[in-house]
Design a protein around this ligand. Sequence first.
Ligand SMILES: NC(=O)c1ccc[n+]([C@@H]2O[C@H](COP(=O)([O-])OP(=O)(O)OC[C@H]3O[C@@H](n4cnc5c(N)ncnc54)[C@H](OP(=O)(O)O)[C@@H]3O)[C@@H](O)[C@H]2O)c1
Length: 335
Amino acid sequence: MTANRFWRLEAHPHGNDFSAAFALKNETIPSIEDGEVLIKVDYLSMDAGTRMWITPRTDGYQPPLPLQSKMVGLCLGRITLSRAEGFAPGDFVRCFGQWADYAVVTPATSGLTKLDEDIADLREHFGTLGMNAWTAYAGLVDVAKIQPGETVLVSAAAGATGSLACQIARNLGCRVIGIAGGPEKCRYLVEELGCDRAIDYKADDVEAELAKIEGGINAYFDNVGGPILDAVLPNMAHYGRIAICGLVATYDQEGPSIGPARFDQILMRRLTITGFFIPDFLDRCTSYLPKLRQWMEEGKLVVRFDETKGLEHTLDAYARMLSGRNIGKVIVDIR
Ligand SMILES: NC(=O)c1ccc[n+]([C@@H]2O[C@H](COP(=O)([O-])OP(=O)(O)OC[C@H]3O[C@@H](n4cnc5c(N)ncnc54)[C@H](OP(=O)(O)O)[C@@H]3O)[C@@H](O)[C@H]2O)c1
């Protein structure tokens, strides 16, 4: 009898301590029904947006995950059994599966995708060719409509989505300013990712630093919301665009979120603010891939992987990412 370990949501977490919220359980490897596939998971992706699904809030973009469910998240792995048309044992795939040694999914509801194995590092399907890269590209190009020569600001800039957004904006000829927590991240942004400037929101007066930007900010790729958005609004250029990608500063807040304190600046500066959710863009994402792959091959788009080994250490990796102890993309290697 071979076992499958999986993480089960036991209670809604408070803050970034997940020890009481999840339990690592054992079962026999699940069987599959018609229309399903079984995947031996190799890597799990830690994504900040999933923090919202494990709260009781019902007004998010995804319904809350019921307590006592297996935790869900993006996985990379290989199909071991298939009863779904178009998928066969041996296929290397990405999907929304479970935090488990073995995931059971149906293609239509999990985004199950067969992947190209002709790349040096398969983890790039969570990196330069993955969901965070599509999100960065869609937010900058399709939502904020950035133009060469513009000033683009990115928050949570040293994280997975933010670090890709900084590089994509730079590759498209923009002047890029990143906001991140701590001097090591700020050095990374300027010295390794080619940002023109970095602002350490934990040490600097963000609003005062932003006020020094000549001409103001043309486009803001917002990953965090909260007080940083308040500091940005009065420093936007007239007719500036804000792509609201995420609100990680508020995901663990209990009760309804409070709107921006400087709401007036939307009128005063004639700003356009658009929230976007990458599943709405999936039909366009394949069209982003050739450009992303070209930049990856030219060394113009890189992802630093922050890797934890072992399914049993998943909660450490999750807390690392949500408390900002990561640089780059947080993944768990469970091979
Ligand atoms: N709209 C979409 O479809 C979509 C898709 C993917 C991701 N996202 C969003 O993109 C954002 C980044 O997600 P990710 O998965 O790539 O994670 P990530 O950026 O790799 O990690 C999260 C980062 O958030 C920052 N952070 C945490 N708490 C913060 C706070 N209170 N104030 C400011 N920064 C804080 C931390 O960096 P610091 O050390 O710099 O604080 C941390 O590194 C999230 O908001 C997520 O929901 C949205």
